[in-house]
Ligand binder design. Structure first.
Ligand code: PLP
Length: 376
């Protein structure tokens, strides 16, 4: 199908841009001597993930058991579930293990480690477990120097548990926007996680895997000594938040929403489009950054950014296109009713999640449908 034949709003993947992003990350991580495990929560799409594996990725990272189940059913075996395993999810994790999935799970507390060990013992299963490390005060995890690290390792008793490594995610990288700060945080993420692994090894535990990563730190790490694998997710599409962080150009953003102009408020310099927050998501991630893109950057049909034009306001199914600097009083002529535009999202994971499928666009602008998982 051609773009002009699609019913709007729809989510578009620019496949050449996506492919470029995949190769950029894979090359960077491989050059630094680590393996790469993409986080598929961004696309939740088998076709996109196959392209990542084809480029050299090893295994996948997921953020829900549903993703693990869906990807396993599609033939992916090596799956890291990188959200602390709650006791109520043990049944689902166990079901995957029994079916032959090479599932790895995550913990950062003695209580949940004990729950995993007890469940494994009771059901004759062995869970591969990583301990989550907090290297930047961003979210969950145990500090590298904390006594709790060894307590959790001790609670992961064999044969119900096998400690396979440590994992960290320096999510505070999203708050940065200079190369120096990103390089420093990448080093903090690396050294903190390696330190945790060394403490475990010194205490007699095996800790083969040292898994780190977020898109900004993965692309800014200067060395990956001691790291065995890097994870990143949003880089596959990039988005406006990543653009403000400084790790991608606007013309590298591979996800956009195709929308149609449905009306105008000429005296206000507004064009109204059929992509409101239901299509773009409510994510206003660029609001506190150096450049606020409203609900998205407006582009022409070739995904070339129309400088200054953003979705400045959004209702459920209405988006307001306006020019930031001064109202464009000729906007009705510039974008007549029926004009199709493409909107780059603030946060690709959130915008993608608004749609049941993607339309993947090739070099010639022909689209194929790629389905997408949703729910938990
Ligand atoms: C545990 C974990 N690893 C990796 C990532 C990927 O981060 P990014 O999307 O910045 O690449 C995330 C994202 O939230 C995560 O939670």
């Amino acid at each position: 199908m051609k773009l002009t034949e699609l019913m709007t709003p729809v989510a578009l993947i620019d496949v050449p841009r996506m492919q470029h992003n995949i190769e950029r990350m894979q090359t960077y991580v491989s050059k630094h001597g680590a393996s790469f495990r993409p986080h598929v929560k961004t696309s939740k799409c088998v076709d996109a993930t196959r392209a990542q594996l084809k480029a050299g990725a090893q295994g996948i990272t997921v953020s829900t058991l549903k993703e693990a189940e869906q990807f396993f059913a599609a033939g992916f075996r090596d799956i890291l579930y990188a959200v602390g395993l709650a006791p109520n999810k043990l049944v689902g994790a166990a079901a995957l293990l029994r079916q032959g999935c090479d599932l790895k799970v995550l913990t950062d507390s003695v209580q949940s480690a004990q729950a995993i060990a007890a469940y494994g013992t009771q059901h004759g299963l062995s869970f591969k477990v990583l301990i989550e490390i907090d290297t930047d005060d961003h979210r969950s995890g145990i500090k590298p120097a904390s006594a709790q690290l060894l307590e959790v390792a001790r609670a992961l008793t064999a044969p119900a548990c096998e400690l396979v490594g440590v994992l960290t995610h320096a999510g505070s990288s999203y708050d940065l926007n200079t190369p120096e700060a990103l390089i420093a945080l990448a080093e903090q993420e690396r050294s903190g996680c390696v330190r945790a692994a060394e403490r475990l090894r010194q205490a007699g535990f095996t800790c083969p895997s040292v898994s780190i990563g977020s898109t900004p730190t993965a692309l800014c790490a200067q060395n990956l000594d001691g790291v065995t694998e890097v994870r990143a997710g949003v880089y596959i599409f990039f988005d406006l938040v990543m653009h403000n962080v400084g790790v991608c150009a606007l013309n590298e953003i591979a996800l956009s929403v195709l929308t149609t102009v449905i009306g105008h408020q000429e005296e206000k310099g507004w064009a109204i489009v059929d992509a409101g927050w239901m299509a773009m998501s409510r994510d206003r991630g660029t609001q506190k950054q150096t450049q606020d893109f409203g609900y998205g950057q407006v582009c022409d049909l070739n995904a070339v950014a129309l400088e200054g034009y953003t979705i400045s306001g959004a209702n459920q199914e209405h988006g307001i296109v306006s020019r930031a600097a001064e109202p464009d009083l000729a906007i009705a002529k510039r974008f007549p009713i029926g004009t199709q535009l493409r909107i780059l999202p603030n946060h690709a994971c959130a915008t993608g999640a608004q749609f049941p499928e993607y339309h993947a666009l090739d070099h010639e602008g022909n689209s194929t449908t790629w389905s997408r998982f949703y729910g938990w």
